[in-house]
Design a protein around this ligand. Structure first.
Ligand code: HEC
Length: 291
């Protein structure tokens, strides 16, 4: 009799563990809507170039409150062609590089974690191996409506002409930063990155007065795989977090952008999205609904 009872208890434990791991493995992606966002090759288009207005036709509109997406969303693939070919703002074009990559983005949450899934077809490559260890990297940033203009310009507030790998850079250690960036005041972009290299650890950091690629407490897991010609990368991130993590609250929206370092690239040689919004149970460009 005793034996039977022990068995029943053991079964209970197994069921409990099973339910827990189902949660960690993420939502049923087949039921989560897809948002198509095309990332494009931006060349050297730092925020200084964007806002100065001598070359960028949109500087005035941006100043009046128009978002990058309002003028450009429909044409990002054509924009990418201009920079990737060197026709515009790219002194060092890479032969054979994709002008743009269409990506499917999905988001959901389970009350504890945000789940994000990105998938795209691997474009042709063959450029120099700037990052020999990682054929592909994917990063996304979140911002809590505290940085001026971030609702219009997405990640461009972190992109400056003096950052390393930019044509006018003087310091090859200088990375992304935000003018007036301050973690304590909430003026930062939360930054998470997945890398495809064998054994590479994902990064959980932020961009404030400087870029920090560690120390975040929110990232639970990031994984990716190439199946056939299609990459799928998923992130599991706690809604809550520590210093340098943005706390995500149902009913609210956050500024969101992402970038893919395709074909072994590093630094500025990535494909980037314009600025979008991510809503937690809230209407936005991408809504993470509870599942
Ligand atoms: C009011 C409309 C408007 C806004 C807002 C705007 N742009 Fe532009 N952008 C333009 C125009 C017009 C051009 C010039 C297009 C041309 O030369 O054919 C341009 C050119 C560019 C180019 C060079 C590639 C190209 O197609 O010429 C980049 C890169 C760019 N914009 C990025 C951005 C980013 C990033 C933002 C937001 C931070 C932004 N733009 C906001 C209108 C806008």
């Amino acid at each position: 009799m005793e034996k039977v009872l022990i068995t029943a208890a053991a079964v209970g434990l197994v069921l409990g563990a099973g339910a827990g791991s189902a949660l960690a493995s993420g939502p049923d992606w087949g039921k989560v809507p897809n948002k198509k966002i095309t990332v494009f090759y931006p060349g050297a288009s730092p925020i200084e170039w964007i806002t100065k207005g001598t070359e960028h036709g949109g500087a005035k509109g941006l100043k009046m409150g128009e978002a990058c997406t309002e003028c450009h969303e429909e044409e990002v693939a054509d924009m990418g062609k201009k920079m990737v070919s060197g026709q515009k703002i790219e002194p060092k074009p890479i032969k054979g590089k994709a002008p743009a990559i269409p990506v499917s983005v999905q988001a959901a949450h389970d009350g504890t974690n945000l789940h994000l899934r990105f998938s795209w077809k691997q474009p042709p490559g063959g450029g120099p191996k700037m990052d020999a260890d990682n054929p592909v990297k994917l990063a996304f940033m979140l911002e809590d409506n505290k940085i001026e203009r971030a609702n219009l310009s997405g990640c461009w507030e972190t992109c400056h002409g003096d950052a390393r790998t930019m044509p006018d850079a003087k310091d090859d250690k200088k990375t992304k930063y935000v003018i007036g960036g301050d973690v304590k005041a909430g003026k930062f972009y939360d930054l998470l990155q997945w890398k495809s290299g064998k054994g590479a650890k994902p990064a959980d950091g932020y961009v404030a007065d400087k870029r920090v690629m560690e120390g975040g407490k929110a990232l639970v897991d990031a994984k990716g795989e190439l199946k056939g010609d299609t990459w799928t990368v998923t992130f599991t991130r706690k809604l809550a977090g520590g210093e340098g993590d943005i706390t995500l609250v149902p009913g609210k929206t956050y500024n969101f952008g992402f970038a893919i370092h395709d074909d072994h690239t590093s630094g500025r040689f990535h494909h980037v999205s314009l600025g979008y919004t991510l809503g937690i149970d809230a209407k936005a460009d991408i809504t993470a609904a509870k599942q």
